[in-house]
Design a protein around this ligand. Structure first.
Ligand code: 3UK
Length: 517
């Protein structure tokens, strides 16, 4: 069934998610907790307005893109909604990438302004000269180098009052980049109503997020998953969000839970697996949520045994903005992704787009009004992914009699590693550039928790020896060139790669080879 939001013809998401809380009397309520700091909705609103006015002062106009390369601190909501409120379009960038990735994101999005955390400034050094559209870099949480401006400079003399730009529910609101197996990442263009749709469906009906909740997402705000968890779900109901700028390790996460006492915790399977290996308490948490990759039933079992709190696994995507099939606190089937979230529809189809019966594996199509409008500047990819009201998720699923959905795999070779996309092709291209590598192939292999991690098969050039030293060197090489999480956790040296008569790699054989190893 469709789900009517009934938004007015003029609608601005920053007004809805920030200003409305102040209008409804929550101005003095804590909106953001971060380290030892706390910020009320009124404070976040004032900061947002100053940034919005500052952007106007730079000559920014509606629809201009503003990239955010920010850690999770109180500055994130202010910059994100500050840009949206004046009609600009924030582009949330993954902070774990490499300089060449940012060169692409900033040029592809034609961002005129970049907000960057002082701690991340290093990535700009080698690419600054090659940015074709960037006009201003604003440094937050620290001093600015001479070629950039500080936040104080941006907002100097700016009023803390501002009218929202007269956007419509269907105007561009924010972008998120999604990577594919080949080709450059694709900017998913999300509209002003998308966050509201996800809030009204998954947020209110599955999470049942309430004003007295405190949300804490270990998944960062720059991920579509983290953005809902840590920003627009809590802000959508006037709740509180706990933000953590550090890397999510079991220690930092348990520590933040102890300090801010969240009621809903959001993680990814790899983190739940790691947290089970370490001491720590979840006191006060009423529900845990997992997404990004399938949650193994065994991790769920051990988690509930130890912490006595359920983990609701759900599948979401960057294109759909958040979760569309999910378990919920009172309906959990271990090993499944749960049921279709009210407000979404699902089909499982064969290669001719014919619907398949219960139990049969096919491609998952989803319909629902939080699906992005398109991929920016990628017309062919847009046409093959967005099929009218439906989107092809490229995921393989089947469903059971009771309407629970089961993830079986991807229809392409992409891997989810710690909840984040890794393209085997990208890792292969990186490995092959190392002088010792003659040929290589990368597949996903299960670790001790049954979670997929990249594994490389390498054929060495003559004269190099397949030993532990070489293995270490190749891992370091990938870590240096690509985002850290992409490096192969195992390297298996082989004499040759299994190929078909036409020279195509037999990935299936590699998987068999891997299981035998
Ligand atoms: C896979 C899952 C099995 C699946 C995301 C929650 O992960 C998110 O977005 P991405 O664009 O990736 C989407 C793809 O990841 N996947 C995600 N969750 C699950 N597979 N079980 C799961 N629970 O292949 C999907 O197509 O990075 C997750 C909310 C918002 C998101 N964007």
């Amino acid at each position: 069934m469709g789900f009517e939001l009934g938004l007015p013809g003029q609608f601005n998401a920053a007004d809805y998610f920030v200003d409305r809380n102040v209008r409804e009397g929550r101005g003095n309520k804590a909106a953001v907790l971060c380290e030892d700091r706390s910020f009320t909705y009124a404070q976040i609103q004032a900061g947002m307005n100053r940034i919005g006015n500052g952007l106007k002062g730079l000559g920014l106009r509606m629809e201009d893109r503003v990239s955010l390369l920010l850690l999770d601190t109180e500055m994130y909501p202010q910059a994100f909604f500050g840009a949206i409120k004046m009609g600009a379009v924030p582009v949330c960038l993954n902070t774990l990438m490499r300089p060449k990735d940012y060169l692409y994101f900033l040029n592809d999005s034609r961002s005129r302004v970049l907000f960057i955390d002082a701690a991340l400034l290093g990535v700009m050094e080698t690419i600054r000269e090659d940015l074709r559209f960037l006009e201003h870099t604003v440094v937050v949480n620290g001093p600015a180098p001479e070629w950039a401006m500080s936040l104080d400079q941006l907002v100097e003399g700016s009023s803390d009052q501002m009218d929202a730009a007269p956007t419509s529910p269907d105007d561009s609101c924010f972008w998120l980049y999604s990577s594919g197996s080949t080709g450059q990442p694709k900017g998913a263009v999300h509209l002003q109503h998308d966050m509201v749709y996800s809030l009204e469906t998954y947020g209110k009906q599955v999470l049942a997020v309430r004003e007295n909740d405190t949300c804490f997402s270990a998944a960062k705000l720059f991920f579509a998953y983290g953005l809902g968890n840590g920003l627009y779900f809590p802000f959508g109901v006037g709740a509180t969000t706990a933000l953590m700028p550090e890397r999510p390790t079991p220690a930092s996460v348990y520590d933040t839970i102890g300090r801010h006492r969240p009621t809903i915790f959001f993680g990814v399977p790899t983190l739940y697996g790691a947290m089970l290996q370490q001491e720590g308490s979840l006191d006060g948490v009423r529900l845990c949520v997992s997404a990004g990759e399938a949650l193994p039933a065994d991790i769920l079992r051990r988690w509930v045994e130890r912490h006595h709190v359920q983990i609701a696994d759900g599948i979401g995507s960057t294109e759909i903005v958040h979760i569309f099939i999910s378990n919920s606190a009172d309906s959990i089937k271990p090993g499944s992704s749960g049921k279709v979230v009210p407000g979404y529809e699902a089909r499982i189809v064969d290669e001719n787009f014919e619907d398949l019966p219960v139990g049969e594996i096919g491609t998952l199509l989803i319909k629902g009004d939080s699906i992005c409008a398109c991929y920016w500047n990628k017309h062919e990819k847009t046409k093959s992914t967005f099929l009218g009201e439906w989107i092809n998720t490229d995921d393989k699923y089947y469903r059971d009699e009771e309407g629970f959905y089961y993830y079986v795999g991807r229809s392409n070779d992409m891997l989810k590693v710690g909840g984040i996309w890794v393209s085997p092709v990208e890792v292969e291209s990186c490995l092959i550039a190392h002088p010792a590598v003659f040929e290589c192939a990368v597949i996903g292999a299960p670790d001790a928790d049954n979670l997929i991690k990249p594994k490389a098969f390498v054929v060495l050039q003559p004269g190099y020896s397949p030993d532990a030293q070489m293995e270490k060197e190749l891992k370091e090489h990938v870590k240096k060139e690509l985002a850290h999480y992409k490096f192969p956790r195992w390297i298996q040296f082989v004499e040759e790669l299994p190929k078909t008569a036409t020279g195509k790699l037999k990935r299936f054989e590699l998987r068999k080879l891997s299981e035998g190893a």
